[in-house]
Design a protein around this ligand. Structure first.
Ligand code: 2NL
Length: 337
């Protein structure tokens, strides 16, 4: 019987050394320790032995049983940990999930940069409604109902007196009405005109406008402020020139050009061989506009300017079609990260 027990123990060692997965260990556990297993069978055989042999054999068999139990549970643990590590919890070889971080729209970049530049020169930023009264959009800007300038700014009317603003100037008129001079403000935002869509026109676009009103404001102040703005946006090496231009709300009025960055003013295809790129309109605020806002045009003067944010972005980033701003093609937008 002793030999039989020793043989069983050896047999177990051989068996367990070959079986490594959880199912195989489970099967082996049953074979040796189960109710009808080898150990159970041998325990029954003990009762057939002579009385004096039973305790010794019994002890040996119990010791062997405990050893087998211990090894089985150790092997169970090892194989379970292995299984969890490799299959159940996670596969550390799968690449991580990436998520896309968006970027600011090129128009938004221009608006923010512009606000920053003018804030640096002591201007403050004023926001306002896109749905406006005819009075603030036209009348208060020296454009009465029968004025030919209304033909250039065909509008989206809601009623005869209410429309989508065609420029940001209504906010400048409202500001003058609401506060005494001095005024140094800029306003940016969406404007609407009944224009046919092409590479340089969109019925919705962004405007940037500025206004300064005080005692003794001169055209040279306008030139200084605009030159500073252009050089901060386009680069220190750029030159600025003012040509006569007509806008009903300024007198005198000017068209502002910046020197071409590609040919450095020499003339190339991009600037129509002139060396200059038109970027905005500007001028000294018309006395009628000051008077209508309640200001004394004999004591006060002011300058104002207006530009399309899309045009500034197109020139700065080399974009040739305004429609790209509004199609929101991710391949276009992600270039401005
Ligand atoms: C353009 C021209 C301009 C102004 C806007 C302005 C505003 C007030 C009084 C006088 Cl309240 N002027 N704004 C002045 C000159 C030109 O914009 O074609 N921009 C795209």
């Amino acid at each position: 019987m002793i030999e039989k027990i020793i043989k069983l123990r050896k047999q177990f060692d051989d068996d367990i050394s070959l079986k490594k997965d959880t199912d195989e260990i489970e099967k082996l556990k049953n074979e040796y320790l189960g109710r009808k297993g080898y150990i159970a069978k041998m325990l029954k055989e003990i009762s057939l032995l002579p009385k004096e042999e039973r305790p010794k054999i019994g002890q040996l068999l119990n010791k062997t049983k405990k050893e087998i139990q211990k090894i089985v549970s150790e092997e169970e643990n090892i194989s379970l940990t292995k299984k969890n590590k490799t299959e159940d919890i996670f596969d550390i070889t799968i690449p991580g999930k990436t998520f896309k971080i968006g970027s600011l729209h090129p128009i938004e970049l221009i608006l923010r940069k512009t606000q920053e530049i003018f804030l640096g020169m002591g201007f403050n930023f004023v926001d306002g409604p896109e749905i406006e009264l005819d009075y603030y959009n036209f009348e208060g800007l020296n454009i009465p109902k029968d004025h030919p300038a209304r033909d250039d700014q065909d509008s989206f009317y809601i009623t005869t007196e209410i429309l989508l603003r065609t420029q940001t100037s209504p906010m400048q008129v409202r500001t003058m009405e609401n506060q005494p001079p001095p005024i140094r403000m800029i306003s940016t935002g969406k404007c609407y005109r009944r224009d046919a869509i092409d590479s340089t026109h969109s019925p919705m676009f962004y405007q940037i406008e500025g206004l300064a009103v005080d005692k003794g404001i001169r055209f040279s102040d306008l030139k200084g402020v605009i030159t500073e703005f252009c050089q901060q946006i386009f680069g220190k090496d750029r030159k600025v020139r003012f040509r006569p231009g007509y806008f009903p709300f300024v007198e005198p009025g000017a068209e502002v050009d910046v020197s071409c960055g590609l040919c450095e003013g020499k003339g190339c295809r991009s600037c129509g061989y002139t060396g200059w790129l038109e970027i905005m309109g500007a001028g000294m605020v018309h006395p009628n506009v000051l008077e209508m806002a309640g200001y004394d045009s004999k004591k006060l003067t002011g300058f104002a300017f207006g530009m399309g944010a899309e045009r500034i972005a197109m020139l700065k980033y080399g974009i040739n079609d305004i429609r790209l701003f509004f199609e929101n093609d991710i391949r276009f937008l992600k270039q401005f990260k």
